[in-house]
Design a protein around this ligand. Structure first.
Ligand code: PA5
Length: 456
């Protein structure tokens, strides 16, 4: 049965068996046909937002010279013995890098005595919390710091505020401050570009045709990932393999299958929430990156699947209750890593007071896999369809493939839904009110109107 097909040769594999009891095959076929139409729109670059499709060829098209330029920054900061890099950015200007660094790092790298060669990477400019910034500066003050400031528009308030504060510290404390700042922004316009030109910062360009949430494979994601000590060539290689695989049109294309299934569940079965599930806590920020990608791309014109995420088994003891038993509005997409990078075997205990001897000799990951299988069956029994995606192991190559898979599927999915995947008009509403309330020059009229509204 085509519907159940597992594509074993691909880096990202999809299994739709967990949806079988919920949807009829004819309906699935109908949505595959819709997905193929959407695929053609994406492929021929004739859909809404088609001037933002530069991300499609980033894996195969990134020049060696760009990688060398990024490595030169790493080597220069290594010479300066930089041990802390503050990456400033919000939304698509930080989530990809954070996702990759958290997924690939040792869970306790900060606490381990041997810290390795690479500087610690921390993130700022993704909130307006004064306490967060004050505490960030406590850390910056103790360390040999440098900064990567990322803003495509070059005008976003959150990163601009954080950058002003970090920049002031660097200028006060280092003679070579301008060599400790790298800006990633538009090629020509924006306040950050003007500032960089004036101060002589090293800059990298966010291509005009790549939107923030599709920018993880540009310097926006690659530079912080590289600075954190990871192999971005491998990441691009994995993404390039996926680029090649997804270029094959057909109903066996996993991006077509994923986009078709989620839209079928949403449109026909009223499953308005998609929960991205992982059984590896290192994927917490994969959930955050994916939520932005899908939430900002699809949630518009009164439409869209609400993206949520959980980490299991952790969240089975919190959100698990709702997923099993609450309002039946959701389906799950489980991202599995088939082979653990490390091994821990449960020992035997003479007393067996904890009654765990039945697990003696087992890998912990075996328990995790059984928890995952048991949960799958329970959730299906509870009315939650399940899409399964899997990769071989958690490394740069597989992560690159996963990034590209989700981006491509997102483009197809949004076109099935009938929205422009590449704009985000809704993000402006809060900004206008915030600027009016902060008395930003140019917002005088809105400021008056909003204050009158609040006084009522
Ligand atoms: O996906 C997007 O375009 C947004 O999430 C942006 O990345 C985010 O708003 C940050 O914008 P900028 O890079 O212009 O500061």
């Amino acid at each position: 049965m085509k519907f159940l097909m597992l594509l074993l040769s691909l880096m990202v594999r999809i299994n739709l068996g967990g949806c079988e009891s919920f949807v009829k095959e004819a309906e699935y076929q109908q949505y595959v046909d819709k997905a193929l139409v959407a695929y053609d729109i994406l492929d021929s670059e004739t859909g809404a937002g088609n001037d933002f499709l530069g991300w499609k060829t980033l894996p195969s098209g990134t020049p060696e010279s760009l990688l060398k330029e990024m490595e030169a920054v790493r080597d220069c900061w290594k010479e300066k013995k930089v041990d802390l890099v503050v990456v400033i950015g919000i939304g698509g200007s930080y989530l990809g890098a954070r996702c990759a660094i958290e997924a690939l790092s040792h869970s306790f790298s900060k606490q381990l005595s041997s810290k390795g060669d690479a500087p610690e990477v921390v993130f700022a400019g993704n909130n307006l919390s004064e306490e967060y910034l004050a505490e960030l500066m406590d850390l910056v003050a103790e360390r040999n710091a440098a900064c990567v400031v990322i803003s495509k528009s070059g005008t976003t308030t959150e990163p601009a505020v954080a950058f002003r504060i970090v920049k002031e510290h660097l200028e006060k404390n280092y003679k070579d401050a301008s060599e400790r700042i790298v800006a990633i922004t538009d090629a020509k316009k924006g306040a950050l570009k003007t500032l960089s030109n004036q101060e002589g910062y090293k800059t990298f360009v966010v291509p005009d045709n790549v939107g923030g949430r599709f920018s993880v494979l540009t310097p926006v994601g690659l530079l912080p990932i590289l600075l954190a000590g990871f192999d971005v060539r491998e990441m691009l290689e994995g993404a390039a393999e996926m680029e090649k695989a997804l270029a094959v049109r057909g109903e066996e294309n996993p991006a077509v299958q994923y986009a078709a299934t989620r839209n079928l569940l949403y449109s026909v079965y009223g499953k308005k929430v998609e929960v991205l599930v992982s059984y590896n806590p290192k994927f917490q920020y994969l959930g955050e990156w994916w939520k932005q990608l899908y939430g900002e791309s699809e949630g518009k014109d009164g439409k869209g699947i609400f993206p949520a995420s959980v980490i299991c088994t952790t969240d089975l003891h919190s959100m698990g209750q709702f997923i099993q038993d609450g309002d039946r509005v959701m389906f799950e997409t489980v991202v599995s890593v088939e082979n653990a990078n490390r091994s821990v075997i449960i020992g035997s205990d003479k007393e067996n007071l904890d009654q765990l001897n039945y697990l003696a000799g087992e890998h912990v990951e075996h328990c995790n896999a059984m928890a995952q299988l048991g949960t799958k069956l329970a959730h299906i029994d509870g009315g939650v369809p399940q899409i399964e995606l899997s990769i071989d192991r958690l490394d740069e190559k597989n992560l690159g493939a996963l990034f590209y898979f989700f981006e491509y599927s997102c483009g197809i999915s949004a076109y099935i839904l009938g929205v422009n995947p590449f704009n985000q008009p809704g993000v402006e509403a809060y900004k206008k009110n915030m600027f009016a309330l902060l008395n930003k020059p140019g917002y005088e009229e809105q400021s008056k109107a909003i204050r009158e509204r609040l006084e009522k």
